[in-house]
Design a binder for this molecule. Structure first.
Ligand code: HEC
Length: 127
C-alpha cells in the first residue's frame, strides 16, 4: 500500500482532527450498546412507556384468533392469570409466543388478570 494512494496522509498532517475516527467509532459502539441495553430493559423500569389497556391488547393482539374460531375461547373461563402469562410468553402449537417488546411485562400483568376476571363475550365465536 502506497502512502499516496489517497490524499489522507496529507490531509491528516495539514489539519489534525480533534477526535480520531477510531475514537468516534468507539463512542458510536458505546452509544449503540447503551441503546441496546435500554431497549432490553423491562418496561417496569421505563416509567414513561405508556401501557395499553388490556381491552386494547386483547382486541388487537389476541382477538383475531380467540373468539374467531382460530383459538379457543379464553374469556369468561376464569383461566388463571399465571397460566395466561405462561402461554403468552411460551406459545403452544398454533398459539404464537409474544416477546416483552410486543407485550410489555406490565401490559401482560394487566391483560392476564383482565382475562381471568372477564365474562364471556357473546359476540365471540368458537369453543
Ligand atoms: C395466531 C392465533 C393466536 C393468537 C394471535 C393468540 N392465540 Fe392464544 N391460542 C391460539 C391457539 C390455536 C391456541 C390453542 C393451542 C393449543 O392448545 O394447541 C391458543 C391457546 C391459548 C391459551 C390456552 C387456552 C386454554 O384453553 O387452555 C391462552 C390462555 C391463550 N391462547 C392466550 C392468548 C392471549 C392472551 C393472546 C394475545 C396476547 C393470544 N392467545 C393470541 C391461537 C392464538
Amino acid at each position: 500500500m502506497s502512502d499516496h494512494a489517497n490524499g489522507e496522509s496529507a490531509a491528516n498532517t495539514a489539519r489534525k482532527p480533534l477526535v480520531s475516527p477510531k475514537a468516534l467509532l468507539g463512542v458510536g459502539l458505546l452509544v449503540a450498546a447503551g441503546i441496546a441495553a435500554f431497549v432490553g430493559m423491562p418496561a417496569s423500569q421505563v416509567e414513561a412507556t405508556p401501557i395499553r389497556p388490556p381491552e386494547q391488547v386483547y382486541a388487537s393482539t389476541c382477538g383475531y384468533c380467540h373468539g374467531q374460531n382460530v383459538g379457543p375461547i379464553i374469556l369468561g373461563r376464569k383461566l388463571p392469570a399465571d397460566a395466561v402469562k405462561l402461554m403468552v410468553r411460551s406459545g403452544l402449537n398454533s398459539m404464537p409466543a409474544f416477546r416483552p417488546t410486543e407485550i410489555s411485562p406490565a401490559e401482560l400483568d394487566q391483560l392476564a388478570r383482565w382475562i381471568e376476571l372477564s365474562s364471556k363475550d357473546p359476540k365471540e365465536k368458537g369453543k
